[in-house]
Design a protein around this ligand. Structure first.
Ligand SMILES: C[S@@+](CC[C@H](N)C(=O)[O-])C[C@H]1O[C@@H](n2cnc3c(N)ncnc32)[C@H](O)[C@@H]1O
Length: 204
């Protein structure tokens, strides 16, 4: 009855699959003095903790996720938080913004999907940015596949490396391109020290 494993996971966690607090890297970028984005698009936004937090901070937010259950949960949580986020269920292998819409920030947090989908999401995000707009990415690094714990999706094909990100964004003005170990505190599921990539760039 569920269309994907993600639908099943979100149906079991209406209170927030990765908690209700935003990801730490999102907080860090949003706190920068030069981050002045007024509109944002969260790709693979799940049940919306990041887009909701940015909407609460005053940005006009849009979001896309594969799972209609995640989008429905997100809308309920948005309402409780007193914000509105424009949400759509879509597959980032094929989804494109309607009418060529552009945003001042695009965020891609923890999309765990095969390379074709991950690269498609990065290209869609880059294309959807206004000039000067920010692309912000965090996800498990391929090194996490050999970490010997149960954090992350297991297969390196579902994880990131910086070369791959930079290769598909040739004209990016890179602000941060980091790969290392970070203590994650994202709800009950992403807890502990993990290999991640963090990438922030502006479109020139
Ligand atoms: C680990 S969750 C992260 C959710 C959210 N970004 C967060 O940090 O709370 C991965 C999300 O990617 C979404 N996803 C997986 N494949 C996708 C695809 N092809 N298109 C769009 N979203 C996808 C899943 O539905 C899920 O919500």
């Amino acid at each position: 009855m569920f269309k994907s494993k993600w639908d099943q996971k979100y149906a079991a966690a209406p209170e927030g699959l990765f908690g209700t607090s935003p990801n730490e890297y999102v907080r860090e970028i949003a706190a920068r003095s030069d981050f002045t984005a007024r509109t944002g698009l969260c790709l693979a936004d799940g049940d919306g903790r990041n887009s909701r937090w940015l909407a609460q901070a005053g940005l006009e937010m849009s979001a896309v996720d594969l799972s209609p259950v995640a989008c429905a949960n997100a809308t309920v949580l948005d309402k409780s938080a007193g914000v509105t986020v424009s949400r759509v269920a879509g597959d980032l292998e094929v989804w494109r913004p309607a009418g060529g819409e552009r945003w001042e920030a695009v965020l891609l947090l923890y999309l765990q999907a095969p390379e074709t989908v991950r690269l498609s999401a990065l290209r869609i995000g880059w294309q959807a940015l206004c000039e000067g707009g920010w692309l912000i990415v965090e996800g498990f690094a391929k090194a996490q596949a050999g970490a010997g714990d149960d954090l992350g999706p297991g297969s390196p094909d579902l994880m990131y490396d910086l070369d791959e990100i930079e290769a598909c964004l040739p004209k990016a003005d890179i602000l941060q391109a980091l790969s290392g170990r970070v203590q994650l505190d994202d709800g009950g599921r992403h807890q502990g020290l993990a290999h991640v990539v963090r990438f922030a760039a502006r479109k020139t």
